[in-house]
Design a protein around this ligand. Structure first.
Ligand code: URA
Ligand code: SF4
Length: 216
């Protein structure tokens, strides 16, 4: 990448719709500076023929150590909500807008740091390659970072959560809150969890109606 160009993963993303080949290429990415401090790249996980792709923000501490998306506290909350909504996590492809963990060191702890707009757009070629490979019916954005990566910077979760929008990479896209936002509001946990399950139930219902229409 020359200094005059914007940071981008593009030159590290192979021209393929084979997820296994994309995943194999991701550790070499130097599309932005985040690779330098993270333990490893955390690529998406799930079947190539998934009908739903869920997009989070970036790996957290536990994801960074284990190399898998949504396996820490947010991931456990997500799995619980998906189960209640009737979405089978094994059939969903789960990934992140940004593939390396960004953090600040506080003694022994690593505190999540929000990825910048530059990092989000640098990493978008990986997300687009995953979406082009999986060709899902539905995309679910978990939180503002994912929604801004796929819907533009003016998208507001507070205004447009739980609504379907037509999208280039799927029939429809729905955005909802990030599960970590629910974990940060212990005093409102029950209400917020219920709203989250409600949004994911809309996705389960939409998927059913798409599948029923395809069979008819
Ligand atoms: N938060 C995310 O956005 N993604 C993960 O994989 C874990 C936590
Ligand atoms: Fe590449 Fe994305 Fe990692 Fe940046 S965050 S180095 S663009 S994979």
């Amino acid at each position: 990448m020359s200094k005059s160009q914007k940071p981008s993963a593009a030159e590290w993303v192979p021209a393929t719709h084979d997820l296994a080949r994309l995943r194999a290429a991701a550790p070499a990415c130097r599309g932005c500076d985040l690779y330098a401090h993270a333990t490893q790249v955390v690529f998406g996980e799930g079947p190539q023929d998934a009908n739903v792709v869920m997009v989070g923000e970036q790996p957290g501490d536990e994801e960074d150590r284990r190399g898998l998306p949504f396996v820490g506290p947010s991931g456990r909350l997500l799995s619980k909500a998906m189960e209640q909504a009737g979405l089978d996590r094994d059939k969903v492809y789960v990934t992140n807008a940004v593939k390396h963990f960004k953090f600040l060191e506080r003694g022994k702890r690593r505190i999540h740091a929000k990825p910048s707009g530059i990092e989000i757009s640098a990493c978008r070629p990986w997300l687009e390659a995953e979406l082009a490979s999986v060709e899902p019916e539905l995309i679910v954005c978990l939180g503002a970072t994912a929604a801004q990566s796929l819907m533009g910077r003016d998208f507001r979760i507070t205004v447009d959560r739980g609504k379907f929008f037509p999208h280039h990479w799927a029939k429809q896209l729905l955005a909802t809150v990030h599960p970590s936002a629910i974990l940060r509001m212990p005093e409102r946990y029950d209400e917020e969890f219920e709203l989250f399950v409600r949004d994911l139930s809309l996705v389960a219902q939409k998927l059913e109606s798409i599948e029923a229409a395809a069979k008819a």
